[in-house]
Design a protein around this ligand. Structure first.
Ligand SMILES: C[S@@+](CC[C@H](N)C(=O)[O-])C[C@H]1O[C@@H](n2cnc3c(N)ncnc32)[C@H](O)[C@@H]1O
Ligand SMILES: Nc1nc2[nH]cc(C(=O)O)c2c(=O)[nH]1
Ligand code: SF4
Ligand SMILES: [Mg+2]
Length: 257
């Protein structure tokens, strides 16, 4: 269960269901099995985790957003050209309304959900893009992207970051899935191997090595320059797939890309 999404809901809900939207834009899918595919991104705000490296700081550590009615979101998606929609965050599955949005889009769009894998959904999903968070993602006083005391999040993040039942449910539920790990270096590999085996043990669906993707940690082109070659070589060595971060290669850390 989410421990806190850091998003206070408005008092009234006269306009029907709404979601806190941080940004909504068309770009190319930059990560994973569909890298390069023109896609519309709907980024919800609020997260139940606090990765120290989060590249969407304004949806997790310091959430900002406009409350948009689901009809408004669908209308905005319809003004954009892509036939693929990526619902991301923050953690989109902390909001029950995300399932309604996905249902409303399902007939007309290919739907990817980017999720940290701690929550289940019964919504229609074509690609569950699951990014389980490793021990190396846990915030500490040294690495947290804020000066305020984050010790409460060190504990919350560490205790909430892996939920095997949710991981298995997401793997089983969607048309297709990927397990997309953010890799900081070789020290992450033992945990990845053991977690993949654990999920294989509970999921009633085959998880091929080609469903396991290693993605270099890095929010900027300069940071990725330090990680991508080593992570690509780890993928080759362990037999997993490598995914670039095309959007960072192309547009660095610009918003709405
Ligand atoms: C901002 S998250 C939102 C979705 C969800 N909360 C999650 O973590 O999967 C979108 C994707 O960016 C990845 N990500 C976030 N910060 C990153 C970083 N510094 N380097 C590489 N990938 C990162 C996440 O692992 C996830 O795959
Ligand atoms: N171009 C682009 N591709 C992405 N794939 C996953 C993203 C995300 O933030 O979830 C993302 C993103 O922010 N931009
Ligand atoms: S789970 Fe996703 S949105 Fe939440 S802090 Fe980690 S990378 Fe950011
Ligand atoms: Mg992103």
């Amino acid at each position: 269960m989410p421990v806190s999404d850091s998003v206070s809901r408005p008092d009234t809900d006269a306009d029907g269901q709404r979601l806190p939207i941080n940004e909504l834009f068309a770009s190319l899918q930059g990560e994973g099995k569909l890298a390069g595919v023109p896609s519309t991104f709907v980024r919800t705000s609020g997260c139940n985790l606090r990765c120290w490296f989060c590249d969407s700081y304004h949806t997790s550590w310091d959430p900002t957003h406009a409350w948009m009615a689901l009809d408004e979101i669908v209308a905005e998606v319809e003004t954009l050209a892509p036939t693929h929609v990526v619902v991301t965050g923050g953690e989109p599955l902390i909001h029950g309304e995300t399932a309604t949005l996905l249902s409303e889009l399902a007939d007309d769009y290919h739907l990817t959900v980017e999720t940290n894998g701690t929550l289940e959904t019964d919504a229609p999903v074509d690609l569950a893009s699951i990014s389980p968070k490793l021990a190396s993602s846990t915030p500490t006083a040294e690495n947290a992207p804020t000066d305020t005391d984050t010790s409460v999040w060190t504990e919350r993040h560490e205790s909430a970051r892996i939920d095997l039942d949710s991981l298995a449910s997401l793997v089983e539920h969607a048309e297709d899935f990927q397990l997309k790990f953010v890799v900081t270096g070789r020290d992450d590999m033992a945990e990845i191997e053991s977690l993949v085996e654990d999920v294989r043990g509970v999921a009633k669906r085959e998880i091929r090595d080609s469903d396991v993707l290693l993605m270099p940690e890095g929010q900027t082109q300069a940071a990725l320059a330090h990680t991508r070659t080593a992570v690509a070589e780890l993928a080759a060595e362990f037999g997993y797939r490598y995914t670039p971060r095309l959007h960072v290669d192309l547009w660095n850390d610009a918003p709405e890309t």
